[in-house]
Write a protein that binds this ligand. Structure first.
Ligand SMILES: [Zn+2]
Length: 183
């Protein structure tokens, strides 16, 4: 059975699928957008990244919190939200399969293959150009957000239904993975 049949797509799928346009000038409008993305992300401790497209604004802007560890619920070690504008991947390697999820798909998780080393260029929130290397889960998070710029969703990278799951708290308060394929 295909993934499309088993999961419920968000109501704003059409907006999520639309490609975002490059930012020409980091003006007041963009700064306001960065502010509201940061505020929204900080309100969702379960999330480490948020793209403008997820709040229905089609500009190539996203915010991420770096330093996340897979399987950890401790968000106190996460960095403050950082904005990246017009991100472009210059180099991507060391692909690994691992944990993925998205604030636009609450409660749904999956294993995706993504690079754990990426070299990216873009603009910071003040419009200053930069080039930077991200590794490990930080690279995965940035790659996920850059996908959003092009209307690509994490479920597109989940190869089979068996690699899709929900996470629920059991009676002992532990988080347990439940595969979608039997759920
Ligand atoms: Zn996402």
């Amino acid at each position: 059975m295909g993934i499309k049949k088993i999961i419920e797509y968000p109501r704003d799928e059409e907006a999520l699928r639309r490609e975002s346009k490059p930012v020409r000038v980091v003006n007041r409008r963009i700064k306001k957008l960065v502010r509201s993305l940061k505020d929204t992300l900080m309100d969702r401790p379960e999330g480490v990244g948020l793209a403008a497209v997820q709040i229905n604004i089609h500009s190539r802007v996203f915010v991420v919190r770096l330093g996340a560890k897979v399987g950890s619920n401790d968000d106190t070690k996460l960095g403050p939200p950082v904005a990246i504008i017009n991100a472009e991947i210059l180099e991507a390697k060391n692909e690994e399969e691992g944990f993925d999820g998205c604030l636009s798909f609450p409660g749904l998780f999956g294993d995706t293959k993504r690079p754990t080393f990426i070299r990216v260029k873009g603009l910071d929130e003040w419009g200053k150009p930069f080039e930077k290397i991200y590794e490990g889960f930080d690279a995965v998070v940035i790659h996920h957000e850059i996908d959003h710029m092009d209307g690509v969703l994490f479920i597109d990278r989940v190869e089979s239904v068996e690699k899709l799951y929900t996470v629920k708290e059991n009676e002992e308060g532990n988080l347990v993975k439940t595969p979608m394929s039997i759920g």
